[in-house]
Write a protein that binds this ligand. Structure first.
Ligand SMILES: Nc1nc2c(ncn2[C@@H]2O[C@H](COP(=O)(O)OP(=O)(O)O)[C@@H](O)[C@H]2O)c(=O)[nH]1
Ligand SMILES: [Mg+2]
Length: 242
């Protein structure tokens, strides 16, 4: 049955993934497992083994490309948070404790956030960017309403960094339950005026968390801001729907 419907859909739109595959976003990579957000919820996956390998092709063109060598990719993680992937979902007949899907393809990245990583001696000690997060497109600048004392200059610096990296940005004022410090209200109005959304939250009470979640939809976002402003607490408050 599954094979029949797969073939039929292939006739309708050649070149696209069979409908048995699901597209999703890698949320979390840990211990060889990849949690992938799909339209059917979060699916825990492993990576198809060939995606771990570096296939090396000869330089010459015009001939059928044949793999010359296979190198194991040992240092660089092939799939990272933010990657768009095609997965084969766990089959319904699969027995056992937790159903596990398989990542079959990693789609091309639109952008990468990298850190310089020194590769092994066998590659001549060359440095290459190690991708930490893929397809990042939004910076969430988190500042506390009080404690640690908000510094508007810091928001400015993060906004400048976001612009330089061509990321969308929004300002999140957390710990609203403590009350706004000084004339922060007036200063925040300026950010709103120049086009940066300001979201006010209390991770503690849950106020504004839905609004923030709405801003995260359809984005790959990174949370930045000083230590102690409540980034981890906010992520935990957001988690049920992530
Ligand atoms: N009053 C209040 N405290 C908060 C709120 N969010 C986080 N905190 C507290 O602030 C402290 C630092 O939070 P944490 O999430 O670790 O900050 P991070 O360093 O930015 O990840 C913790 O003690 C949290 O319980 C909030 O909305 N209101
Ligand atoms: Mg933290």
């Amino acid at each position: 049955m599954a094979t029949t419907s797969r073939t039929a859909a292939h006739h309708e739109s050649p070149g696209t993934a069979p409908p048995a595959y699901l597209q999703g976003t890698v949320l979390w990579v840990s211990g060889g497992f990849y949690d992938v957000q799909t339209e059917r919820g979060v699916v825990r996956c492993v990576l198809r083994e060939r995606l771990r390998k570096n296939l090396v092709y000869p330089e010459s063109r015009g001939r059928r490309r044949r793999v010359q060598a296979v190198r194991k990719q040992e240092i660089v993680e092939p799939a990272v948070a933010g990657d768009q992937v095609c997965i084969a979902p766990p089959s319904s007949s699969q027995s056992g404790t937790e159903p596990i899907g398989t990542i079959e393809e990693i789609l091309p990245r639109t952008r990468e956030f990298t850190r310089q990583a020194v590769l092994g001696h066998d590659r001549g000690g060359n440095t290459a960017g190690q991708t930490i997060i893929a397809n990042l497109d939004q910076l969430v600048i988190v500042i506390a309403a009080r404690q640690p004392e908000p510094r508007v200059g810091l928001i400015d610096r993060f906004l400048a960094a976001a612009e330089a990296a061509e990321l969308e940005a929004l300002v999140c004022i957390n710990k609203l339950d403590l009350g706004l410090s000084g004339d922060l209200d007036a200063e925040l109005a300026v950010f709103d005026d120049i086009g940066y959304p300001v979201v006010r939250t209390s991770a503690e009470s849950g106020q504004g968390v839905d609004a923030l979640r709405g801003r995260l939809r359809d984005h790959v976002s990174a949370f930045v801001g000083p230590s102690g402003v409540g980034k981890s607490t906010l992520l935990n408050a957001l988690q049920p729907d992530l």
